[in-house]
Design a protein around this ligand. Structure first.
Ligand SMILES: [Zn+2]
Length: 395
């Protein structure tokens, strides 16, 4: 592996020495504030795997302020996505509560979700009778709480937040993979936990792969840190936690496996040996396997001149586009109903509203780029008597 000196130090141990695993050109909206091109590197000191590019607190904050809005985001989107997410979280919440202190009833438990979005996860705690709830979100985000969820919103970030009372449980899902620095975030969450309090962290799993699924998180522009079970557990054990349970699962609405770890605040590490199954070469291997399956579905369009439209553009779809045979197709337009995306370009291709398909010829094809909204996209295509080929369930 090629040794390089790093401009972005390791987010876990601050080392400036790394090894290059993979280079990506990157594909997303052309006006994106974050650098698209990046290197995936492994820290020479602690083996943590992360993305290397010119990331700063400024460009990351500006990126999230621009894209993490109600109309723009994958997770903070419409109700179907919300429901899918909450259903998935039900067993996780049960598992966390089962490990929590037995002397407290659910209603007395102080629970804080860091990166609480619109209160998706907190709504599940509320459903099982917990009502001392805090959600931490930076004010830069749009906090459009759904009516049904009531909690104390703490407008702060993961590094700075400070609760007025120590929490029994802190959860932090789909945040750590986005952070510029990690160790200080873990330490601040520990600071806000009561003695013996529980921390649950959930991230995409960089280790898990199989033929059914594309480990696309290695290529998503906003996932700048990659975690394996070994790396996440080691991070927690080195920062005053003892690992209790490792949960892995595969949601059916996003194309990657998830990794969750429940850990208890403790003065001593648990001493539990966590197996390191991670081979740094898995990352380049995973990245090249993304194309598998997608190319089977769009094979007839690859290298042909058939005009293709991609309906629905998210960070996941952009990564699939860049890393599959789709990049060889004749994509004429991207279609998205979100007005905030229309008029932008992605790889030089214009994002339009669905009316661009009026009078489309039968020789064209539409690739449905969203799983959660696929039914409504297909219904809309039928309503407009779209005569071309429709490809859905791309992954
Ligand atoms: Zn390191």
């Amino acid at each position: 592996m090629k040794k390089i000196s790093l401009q972005r130090p390791c987010p876990v141990c601050n080392s400036f020495k790394g090894e290059l695993l993979l280079q990506k050109k990157g594909l997303y909206f052309d006006d994106c504030i974050l650098p698209l091109a990046r290197e995936i590197v492994s820290c020479s000191e602690c083996e943590f795997v992360f993305c290397h590019a010119e990331y700063t607190l400024e460009n990351l904050s500006a990126f999230y302020a621009q894209y993490y809005t109600y109309s723009h985001s994958l997770f903070r989107a419409q109700k179907p996505t919300w429901n899918l997410y909450v259903d998935r979280k039900r067993p996780v919440v049960e598992s966390i509560l089962a490990h929590a202190s037995k002397d407290k009833l659910n209603k007395d438990m102080i629970i804080c979700d860091v990166g609480s979005g619109n209160g998706e996860l907190l709504s599940e705690y509320l459903r099982v009778g917990c009502n001392k709830l805090y959600g931490v979100e930076p004010s830069a985000l749009e906090n459009e709480s759904h009516d049904s969820v009531s909690y104390n919103l703490v407008e702060s970030d993961i590094y700075e937040f400070s609760l007025t009372e120590k929490a029994d449980i802190i959860t932090c899902t789909h945040v750590m993979e986005h952070l510029l620095t990690i160790t200080n975030a873990v330490q601040n969450m520990r600071e806000n936990l009561d003695e013996n309090g529980l921390l649950y962290i959930e991230v995409p799993n960089a280790e898990k792969t199989d033929d059914q699924i594309f480990p696309v998180q290695t290529c998503i522009i906003e996932h700048i840190n990659l975690f394996t079970p070994y790396q996440l557990c080691t991070l927690l054990e080195n920062n005053g936690f003892s690992v209790i349970e490792v949960i892995t699962c595969q949601p059916d609405f996003i194309p990657f496996h998830l990794l969750g770890v429940i850990a208890r605040k403790s003065k001593e590490p648990s001493g539990v040996k966590i197996e390191n199954n991670f081979d740094p070469q898995d990352i380049p291997r995973n990245a090249t396997s993304i194309s598998y399956g997608i190319d089977l579905k769009i094979g007839e369009f690859i290298d042909s001149e058939r005009p293709v439209y991609i309906w629905g553009m998210t960070v996941v779809m952009a990564a699939l586009w860049e890393n599959s045979g789709l990049s060889k197709c004749n994509v004429v337009n991207v279609i998205d109903k979100s007005e905030s995306k229309q008029g932008k370009t992605i790889g030089g291709i214009l994002v339009c509203d669905p009316s661009v398909l009026e009078n489309a010829s039968p020789d064209t094809a539409v690739i449905v780029g969203t799983l959660t909204q696929a039914d409504s996209v297909v219904e809309e295509l039928k309503k407009m008597n779209y005569p071309g080929k429709i490809v859905r369930e791309l992954f």
